[in-house]
Design a binder for this molecule. Structure first.
Ligand SMILES: Nc1ncnc2c1ncn2[C@@H]1O[C@H](COP(=O)(O)OP(=O)(O)OP(=O)(O)O)[C@@H](O)[C@H]1O
Ligand SMILES: [Mg+2]
Length: 373
């Protein structure tokens, strides 16, 4: 078995560090406060929150997790959220369905059976019922189920996506109701950092100042080195500190890319039991670039010619892009036009902005561009 995993929520032996973040998240939620956790894509938000929720559940809290990435309508939100809430009730499902039917206007709870034959909560709509009433009742449901002895913790992943659900009115309803919840704490997370931050720090938005903001950084290098050495050593594969540092540098220290590159290296060396050197890392990256090249070409070819020039300049000199030297070297126009192009890359999630620094969200894409563009 490959000792490295990427592209999904990781736990157990595949998860490392995040001790400080874990205890801060837990103590804030236990203290009854709401929290926003934001970080660029693939920094490990969902895995961390999964661990937070697992531990809180073991400590007696009721926990609910819902991902807004896959929710594209209010109806779907109502379906998924009511199911996620119902699953947490310890009572037999029939009793829960009855309880819910009293608490939510506009729906008739039913019990269906999944492919394994287990009962599942579902419902049908009452014809002509007002969906806003259903939505409001559902949002208040956790507070009805919770008590000071049995507190609930609810986590909304990729929360910035709620603006897709009929603009800002959904945001307003949600905010106006949950601010009265006494026995439920909310954890909002998301990867489109500028959108999420705007939701909570813009005076004109419903969620303004309603939760503490917490930024998740990459993992400290020393823990990543330790993890790499430990996982490789399970198969008696050696990696020196220096080579591990090289791998982390190529990954921009982003946990996903550390595991992605390491998994590829493991495949290369597992039958040879060689000590890993820098060549192995370069080879693994080459393989990954080839694997993803169709996608990378597509992403690149759909950019306008001007944006292609800007992206080339960005991968060569990300932080001096507005200097005269770079403008001339890459034949760029007015700074305002370049800025517009950069903003579109940020909007599309290709570039991340850290204060005044720009970085590629996907370090492998940057290496692809350096090679081919
Ligand atoms: N604490 C961790 N220990 C080990 N690997 C991690 C950790 N956090 C993240 N990873 C690696 O990063 C990958 C992505 O993690 P996760 O899905 O939790 O991140 P995310 O920030 O929610 O990403 P996305 O923005 O894509 O939703 C994991 O599959 C794993 O390879
Ligand atoms: Mg995630």
């Amino acid at each position: 078995m490959n000792p490295f995993k990427y592209g999904q929520i990781v736990s157990g032996e595949y998860f490392y560090d995040r001790e400080d973040e874990l205890s801060r998240l837990k103590s804030t939620l236990i203290g009854g406060n709401n929290l926003v956790l934001y970080a660029p894509r693939r920094y490990g938000k969902s895995s961390l929150v999964n661990k937070v929720l697992t531990e809180l559940k073991n400590e007696g809290f009721v926990t609910v997790y819902i991902d807004f990435m896959s929710i594209y309508s209010r109806e779907l939100f109502i379906k998924n959220y009511s199911k996620a809430i119902a699953e947490n009730e310890q009572n037999p499902i029939e009793k829960t369905a009855k309880k819910i039917s009293k608490l939510i206007r506009g729906i008739i709870p039913t019990i269906s059976f999944n492919s394994q034959g287990n009962p599942e909560f579902s419902f049908s709509w009452i014809d002509g019922a007002e969906k806003v009433e259903t939505l409001e009742d559902l949002i208040n449901l956790p507070e009805k189920f919770a008590s000071s002895k049995k507190r609930w913790i609810i986590s909304f992943d990729e929360f910035q996506e709620i603006t897709k659900l009929n603009g800002e009115s959904f945001e307003k309803i949600l905010r106006s109701l949950i601010q009265h919840h006494k026995n439920v704490s909310y954890l909002f997370l998301g990867s489109r950092t500028h959108l999420l931050k705007d939701m909570f720090s813009n005076k004109n938005r419903a969620f303004y100042n309603s939760a503490m903001l917490m930024n998740l950084d990459t993992i400290d290098e020393k823990y990543s080195i330790k993890f790499l050495r430990k996982q490789f050593s399970k198969d008696k594969i050696k990696i020196s500190t220096e080579v591990a540092e090289y791998l982390i540098e190529k990954s921009n220290a982003i946990p996903y890319y550390i595991q992605f590159i390491a998994a590829e290296i493991w495949q290369q060396v597992i039958n040879k039991k060689e000590e890993i050197d820098k060549n192995h890392i370069d080879e693994a990256i080459k393989t990954i670039i080839e694997l993803k090249s169709d996608y990378y070409w597509e992403l690149t070819s759909k950019q306008t010619n001007y944006r292609k020039k800007v992206i080339r300049a960005l991968c060569n000199s990300p932080n001096r892009i507005f200097s005269r030297e770079i403008t001339e070297k890459f034949n760029l126009g007015a700074n305002s036009t370049t800025q517009k192009a950069i903003n579109s890359f940020i909007e599309d999630g290709i570039i991340e902005q850290f204060n005044n620094k720009y970085e590629f969200s996907d370090p492998i894409y940057k290496l692809f561009l350096l090679k081919y563009l």
